[in-house]
Design a protein around this ligand. Structure first.
Ligand code: KIV
Ligand code: ZN
Length: 388
């Protein structure tokens, strides 16, 4: 049987930590419903103890979502965990996600706690969370800058307390793909009770490596959950982008050998909704969801695509929710693409001479104008007195 890769979406929690991306309860609810349509396995709906608004948004989401597990973040404090449990109470299935930092820098400078105190707090947080649910995730914050021996002690202890998912974090986007894969592998090999938990990764994109680090953790470290966000939204430079990891695992099934439960045709609608609600534009050349992700501009590529789409497309635009791919007419386009567009517009030219004249005029116009639209072609043919 093929292993499943669990997709944990944190657009509504870490994504909202993007400066300027805060969302109202109603907006969060709309996104959560769309994430359910997308068939994500887990929706991290917020951080219940962080504000009254977040608590209520989680409560509202928990009440309506039926097919995804709903999750709240909680610091490793009793009150945070109780707030999370209270907000999630009405959910069909819920998870409490508790965390505490384990790197020397965070423990000493931020928490002002000794490693032994951190270990004890992690242990008691998981024990407390287990009173409310048997689905408990534990994250050692800043894992990639933590000491291996200490990380092993903490993780063994929290698994013994009943943590069912262990989420290795690259909180500041510091990891390199090979090391990150190796880190997961070493942890799973060294921790005696490691097989009792699902291993997960949560990577930030400070060096543009969040997707690469997550995929390396899956391929080489045995991670079976990826935490990610729509359009890669998230604190600072953002998180692992959901659309990129999902399409990488699907398109390269031969390499990963994993199944994902996502309805990929909902990817573009979800990306558009998140962009519209947050006001964060998607860059045109963004993989999968950018306006140019399936647009072909060069004459050679257009000719190839019109003969066989596989020549320059490794996946179909329709598979991720675009209505079609795009042949963009401009100064790099060749006769094949121009002729094809005339046919699509129902313009029949009288022989090769007329086609040559029209194509020459098109090229002249394209030198002055970045993109040639259908109206330009109609006007250009009409002005030249060619038949239609
Ligand atoms: O980046 C991080 O470490 C986090 C944890 C709270 C999971 O967001
Ligand atoms: Zn994060």
């Amino acid at each position: 049987m093929t292993d499943k890769l669990i997709i944990f979406d944190t657009t509504l929690r870490d994504g909202e930590q993007s400066p300027g991306a805060s969302m109202t309860k109603e907006e969060k609810l709309r996104i959560a419903k769309q994430l359910e349509r997308l068939k994500v396995d887990v929706i991290e709906a917020g951080f219940a103890a962080s504000s009254r608004g977040d608590f209520e948004a989680i409560q509202a989401i928990a009440a309506v979502i039926k097919n995804s597990t709903v999750c709240s973040l909680a610091r490793a404090h009793q009150q945070d965990i109780e707030q999370a449990a209270a907000a999630l109470r009405s959910a069909e299935a819920f998870r409490i996600h508790t965390f505490i930092a384990t790197s020397p820098l965070h423990m000493e400078k931020k928490l002002r706690m000794t490693p032994e105190q951190v270990l004890e707090q992690a242990r008691s947080a998981v024990r407390h969370a287990r009173q409310f649910t048997n689905d408990v995730e534990f994250s050692p914050e800043d894992s990639s800058r933590s000491q291996l021996d200490f990380l092993c002690r903490v993780l063994e202890a929290v698994i013994a307390e009943g943590a069912t998912t262990i989420n290795i974090t690259d909180t500041v986007g510091y990891a390199m793909p090979e090391h990150h894969g190796q880190l997961l592998r070493t942890l799973r090999e060294r921790i005696p009770n490691s097989e009792r938990a699902v291993w997960s990764v949560h990577c930030h994109n400070d060096l543009g490596l969040a997707v690469a680090n997550s995929l390396a953790a899956v391929k080489f470290g045995g991670a079976r959950q990826i935490e990610c966000t729509i359009n890669g939204l998230g604190e600072r430079a953002g998180n692992t982008s959901l659309e990129e990891v999902v399409m990488a695992v699907k398109t390269r099934q031969d390499y990963f050998g994993l199944e994902v439960g996502i309805d990929t045709t909902q990817i573009v609608p979800t990306s558009k909704l998140v962009s519209q609600i947050t006001g964060f534009m998607v860059q045109p050349n963004k993989a999968i969801v950018g306006a140019n992700a399936f647009a072909h501009a060069s004459g050679i590529h257009q000719d190839g695509i019109l003969k066989a789409r596989d020549t320059y497309e490794i996946m179909r635009a329709e598979e991720v929710g675009w209505s079609t791919n795009k042949i963009v007419l401009g100064k790099l386009s060749g006769r094949t693409a121009f002729k094809q567009r005339l046919q699509e517009l129902g313009i029949a030219l009288d022989g090769e001479n007329e086609l040559n004249t029209a194509f020459m005029r098109f090229k002249e116009l394209a030198d002055r104008k970045a993109e040639i639209y259908d109206e330009d072609i109609i006007a250009l043919v009409a002005a030249g007195g060619v038949a239609s």
